[in-house]
Ligand binder design. Structure first.
Ligand SMILES: Cc1cc2nc3c(=O)[nH]c(=O)nc-3n(C[C@H](O)[C@H](O)[C@H](O)COP(=O)(O)O)c2cc1C
Length: 169
């Protein structure tokens, strides 16, 4: 039993403040390679990751809404894009699996990740030149966590709150 991995999963928190230090591109490629190992229907891997370092682009994205400001504080932004044209029935589940593989592997190497709700956000799609047939799933801020940043404590539902046995009842 790998209790340490269970602890790792439960200790992960969203990070919204970062050190200035850049993230090595080879490391990013490695994390994306890990993401490509995520379970996905028929192994079609219907996703793309756009790596963004341009300050102007990050600034534009950070203005999408109130909860997007941390994009500008991160050395790297990642746009996760799903490809319904590659896997029409399952792309949504597939791309979320790949995103989570990416996020967890980032934590495993000491990086922090923040999320930004940007699902099919037309402004963001335009800024990033994402074609119509592709779906912007989320934007992530990524970098080495600011050691001063302390996420607010959170509580989670108990197993009893979310488990049903045998049928919906
Ligand atoms: C699809 C999705 C959209 C999110 N959108 C935002 C957002 O726009 N801004 C933000 O600061 N956090 C965003 N989050 C992060 C959540 O607020 C966060 O995951 C949740 O509060 C649980 O906290 P934790 O990640 O620290 O465990 C988003 C998370 C997900 C999965």
């Amino acid at each position: 039993m790998r209790e340490d991995i269970l602890e790792f999963l439960m200790n992960r928190r969203s990070i919204r403040s970062f050190q200035k230090k850049d993230v090595d591109n080879e490391l990013l490629k490695k994390l994306i390679y890990v993401a490509n190992h995520a379970p996905n229907s028929m192994n079609r891997e219907p996703w793309k990751f756009i790596i963004i370092r341009d300050e102007k682009t990050k600034e534009e994205l950070s203005k999408l809404h109130k909860g997007a400001s941390h994009l500008l504080l991160a050395p790297v932004n990642i746009a996760v894009v799903g490809e319904p044209d590659v896997s029409p029935d399952t792309w949504m589940v597939d791309v979320v699996n790949a995103t989570m593989y990416f996020v967890l592997s980032a934590y495993a190497v000491g990086l922090g990740v923040g999320w930004v709700a940007a699902y099919e956000n037309e402004t963001a799609k335009k800024i990033l030149g994402i074609p119509k047939e592709k779906v912007l799933v989320t934007l992530l801020s990524l970098g080495y966590p600011d050691p001063e940043y302390k996420p607010k404590p959170k509580t989670v539902k108990s197993p009893e709150d979310v488990i049903l046995y045998e049928k919906w009842s």
